[in-house]
Ligand binder design. Structure first.
Ligand code: NAP
Ligand code: MG
Length: 471
């Protein structure tokens, strides 16, 4: 079995903790690798390496940095099958979603950013002043397990383009993708210290890294609860924060909307990746008097598309949950839904045997005040909520502490757009409009701060200096 060390200052380094953490395959419960359980000393080394590498990396200019990142991009493309397989093994995403979702997302977002940034004004004039945009310093990138490769890509590509150096602390459940990233960085020949990976637990090394006095930016994706703690941590040395947190997004089918596509759009987000997607459309909000037609379509859609099982099989849409703990969390939410009076329409049970599998579940008769409609479940669970007027539908959609995504479908695109404009969230889809890799992603309210992806994603990693020059 493979054992992996930290990647610090361009080298693979053992920790003096002498402890390892097992990486499990959530479909088989087999141990597939071991990574270092790091301690604060490892974090110190990584931050110091990044701090030391920063001045040269920042000063060399974007053209030179892009040369390194182009090499890294080529290596990622060459290794796309390895990345897809690694994601299946450590996360349990279905092979088809890993290959058609996870990996192309990373490649397309990185490609677009490398192309678009060439025209970006890193220096510009405002009256007689020169405005210079440059890196902050060391960025702590703390990433979750649900899109283990792309959550790293979304942070390190813009942070490095902007002139920062990075220390990545990946999720303990899926560190293998981060190790791959470090191997690719090493192959691409990035200068030592520009990119570092320290594996270990969030509550110990993640917490220490985020509070480190030599870290200038905390870029975090994960739960709102941990994000709130990091917000406080940032205050000591006034760190910049980029937070991509949870969501409880609404899919509104307006009266007369295309029901099949409405169901498909929301159901796919709770079936792919086993529903472990922050932007999943977990609340399906439909007209009361169209409910029975919707239920027929939901039933049929799930019969044909909700196959649970071995993620490597081509028939599988829904793999296991990432961990036993996540499976328990999902089962607790399902129980809470039943206890609070929602009705199970499909599924609702755990699946016994090896692997952390849960039945794809649809609740009906859900009131938006219920826990299952307010809190992020992060599992294959859909809540169907009905409304009488469009104003009520908008009110329900916005009655959430979150504001990450949303969708509206309707027979009249203009009307759907008017509704989309009233949704308080960072992303809204109208009639299945596509998303390009250029479009900013991020949340309103407790879904986060800042934006990732595209030029907006780079700007969050840029400091702005005004240099006043004589006339
Ligand atoms: P999490 O606890 O917020 O973990 C995300 C990352 O933060 C992991 O690397 C984690 O390390 C680290 N971390 C945990 N506690 C920390 C602390 N005190 N200081 C610094 N870093 C810390 O999320 P999770 O446990 O993976 O999942 C729980 C919930 O988070 C999910 O159910 C979902 O609601 C939400 N979530 C949202 C997204 C999103 O994209 N918005 C992604 C994933 C999860 P460890 O792995 O060692 O815990
Ligand atoms: Mg956690």
């Amino acid at each position: 079995m493979k054992q992996y060390q930290n990647y610090i200052d361009g080298q693979w380094m053992a920790s003096n903790s002498n402890e390892m953490t097992a990486v499990l395959n959530p479909a088989t419960e087999e141990k597939i690798a071991e990574v270092t359980s790091s301690n604060n000393e490892d974090v110190d080394k990584a931050v110091q390496a990044a701090k030391k590498a920063f001045p040269d990396w920042n000063k060399m200019g974007v053209e030179s940095r892009l040369e390194f990142l182009e090499k890294l991009y080529d290596i990622i493309v060459e290794n796309k099958q390895l990345i897809a397989d690694t994601i299946v093994n450590e996360l349990g995403a279905s092979q088809s979603f890993s290959e058609s979702g996870h990996v192309p997302l990373s490649i397309n977002e990185m490609r677009t950013m490398l192309d678009d940034i060439r025209d970006y004004p890193f220096e510009e004039k405002v009256d007689t002043a020169l405005i210079q945009k440059e890196g902050f310093g060391v960025v702590a990138c703390i990433t979750p397990w649900n899109y283990p490769f792309n959550q790293i890509q979304r942070k390190i590509t813009p942070a490095l383009i902007a002139g920062n150096t990075v220390v990545v602390k990946p999720a303990n459940d899926t560190p293998h993708s981060a190790i791959l990233y470090a191997q690719f960085v090493e192959k691409a020949g990035l200068p030592a210290g520009v990119f570092n990976v320290v594996t270990g637990s969030g509550s110990t090394v993640g917490d220490y890294l985020a509070g480190h006095e030599d870290v200038s930016v905390i870029s975090f994706t994960g739960s709102t609860e941990v994000g709130r703690g990091l917000y406080n941590k940032a205050s000591d040395t006034i760190k910049k924060l980029v937070l991509e947190l949870g969501g409880k997004s609404a899919m509104i089918g307006l009266p007369g909307a295309d029901k099949y596509n409405t169901v498909k759009q929301s159901a796919d987000t709770v079936l792919n990746n086993s529903g472990q997607t922050c932007a999943a459309l977990t609340r399906l909000i439909i007209p009361e008097d169209e409910k029975s037609d919707y239920l027929d379509i939901i039933k049929e859609y799930y019969e044909e598309n909700a196959n649970v099982g071995d993620p490597t099989s081509s028939d599988t849409k829904v793999g296991p949950m990432v961990s036993e703990k996540q499976k328990e969390t999902v089962m607790e939410y399902i129980q809470k839904g039943k206890d609070e009076g929602a009705k199970i329409f499909i599924g609702g049970n755990e699946i016994e045997g090896k692997g952390y599998f849960v039945e794809p579940t649809v609740f009906i008769d859900v009131d938006n005040k219920m826990t299952i409609a307010q809190e992020e479940i992060f599992g294959p669970v859909l809540s169907v909520i009905t409304y009488k007027t469009v104003d009520e539908a908008i009110e329900i959609a916005n009655d959430s502490p979150y504001g990450l995504s949303g969708a509206v479908t309707g027979p009249n695109e203009e009307e759907a757009l008017e509704v989309a404009k009233q949704i308080r969230s960072g992303n809204v889809y109208v009639n299945q409009g596509p998303r390009s890799p250029r479009v900013p992603f991020g949340g309103y309210k407790q879904s986060g701060l800042g934006r990732e992806v595209g030029i907006y994603g780079v700007e969050d990693y840029l400091e702005i200096k005004s240099i006043m020059l004589p006339e």
